[in-house]
Design a protein around this ligand. Structure first.
Ligand code: NAD
Ligand code: DAU
Length: 342
């Protein structure tokens, strides 16, 4: 199989490429198209550089010339499957500046789809990685794929645009589009601006853990390897024009996760710093995953064991996150703006 993976230098994309190479070895070819924004780290996949079945291409999914080049594949052999992970992904940053979210998460998807039209009917699948945030917040019960969409922040509104554009290209032009809506991922290589890696690394350094609002917001935590396995499963079994929720089945309040992180790092609760809430903070996400389960997929990780593995990874890979937190001027600027006066 010849894959075009976009955003493969980011958290989930780099885990997905590693998952594909571990599973299919030399039978898989991967082109990784990534703009290398602040969140893209090419070295996440250093072990594959120079291999004949891996090609890294620095480029922007909203630039037609970059996308055209990526669809050529490796040595002009073309692409069978596109998996679009590329996106601006952080809700807090979308509250500071939303234009880049529209450019990548909406317009970028359009550019990828337009190029896909040129490569149909060869293209077997176009997987658009969407998010559970497109449904909005839910007080009780769980969202199904048929529920109305009600995104409530600039990030989720942009992702909703990309989600619906991909669907439209399936309906209008018959492209083999599958849309996935996953819940909150955690695991190795997650940029330390998101809750779990930020709190783990702050705790290691005895820095405050800035908990928004009352800390009782609920997220459904999905181990990244399970997410990668689900996407791989859908490359094979996903039906054209269909949407699939991918959840972890681990709904946990932020305060509970914070306590667990402090236990696993051996740090005191006094590090918790309640801060002003996120504007428009979604209270709870919850997914009904019956559709994916009926197709034959089940997640493997339990939160209890995967959070231990995750915390261990950050303990053992300090050089990786210190290069961001201590050496990136961009990260320091962001951190100061986000938390400085909070
Ligand atoms: P990330 O921020 O870690 O990585 C995003 C990657 O996309 C980076 O490598 C970045 O350089 C690249 N990128 C950004 N703009 C680009 C552009 N214009 N062209 C090419 N590359 C570009 O994100 P992540 O957490 O790995 O998320 C990956 C995907 O999964 C996103 O589409 C996100 O919306 C979706 N998602 C994430 C989660 C989660 O919990 N992290 C859950 C559900 C869905
Ligand atoms: O649900 C899927 C989404 O999960 C993805 O689509 C997004 O790309 C991903 O970033 C994530 O969004 P969240 O906003 O849920 O993730 P984040 O890690 O930013 O926040 C998780 C929860 O923790 C949320 O309720 C806000 C809270 N939080 C977060 C940070 C960064 C804090 O209390 N303090 C913090 O400093």
């Amino acid at each position: 199989m010849r894959y075009l993976v976009t955003g493969g230098a980011g958290f989930i994309g780099s885990n997905f490429i590693r998952y594909i190479f571990n599973k299919y070895g030399a039978d898989a070819q991967v082109v990784n198209l990534d703009k290398l924004t602040y969140a893209g780290i090419r070295e996440n996949l250093a072990e594959y550089e120079g291999k004949p079945n891996y090609r890294f291409l620095q480029g922007d999914i909203s630039e037609p010339a970059d996308v055209e080049e990526a669809y050529k594949g490796i040595g002009g052999q073309g692409i069978d499957v596109v998996v679009n992970f590329a996106a601006e992904t952080h809700v807090d940053r979308s509250l500071m500046e939303a234009g880049s979210f529209i450019r990548t998460d909406v317009h970028g998807v359009l550019v990828l789809l337009e190029e896909a039209r040129k490569h149909a009917p060869r293209l077997k699948k176009f997987i658009q990685i969407s998010t559970d945030e497109v449904y909005g917040s839910i007080e009780s019960g769980s969202f199904r794929e048929t529920d109305p969409l009600s995104p409530r922040n600039p990030y989720s509104a942009s992702k909703c645009g990309g989600d619906r554009m991909a669907y439209a290209y399936s309906e209008t032009y018959g492209l083999p589009v599958v849309v996935t809506r996953a819940s909150n991922n955690y695991g190795p290589f997650q940029y330390p601006e998101k809750l779990i890696p930020l709190f783990v690394t702050n705790a290691i350094d005895d820095q405050p853990l800035p908990l928004y609002g009352d800390g009782k917001n609920v997220r459904d935590w999905l181990y990244v390897e399970d997410h990668c396995a689900a996407v791989d499963f859908l490359v094979e079994h996903g039906q054209k024009g269909e949407i699939y929720n991918i959840g972890g089945g681990n709904e946990i309040e932020n305060i509970e996760i914070t306590h667990r992180i402090l236990e696993l790092t051996g740090k005191p609760k006094s590090l918790i710093k309640p801060v002003a809430d996120r504007q428009g903070h979604d209270r709870r996400y919850s997914l009904d995953t019956t559709k994916l389960e009926k197709l034959g997929f089940r997640t493997k990780a339990t939160f209890e064991e995967a959070i231990v593995r995750t915390v261990d990874w950050y303990k053992q890979n300090e050089a990786w996150w210190r290069a961001i937190k201590e050496k990136s001027a961009e990260f320091k600027r962001y951190y100061e703006q986000q938390y400085g006066k909070r």
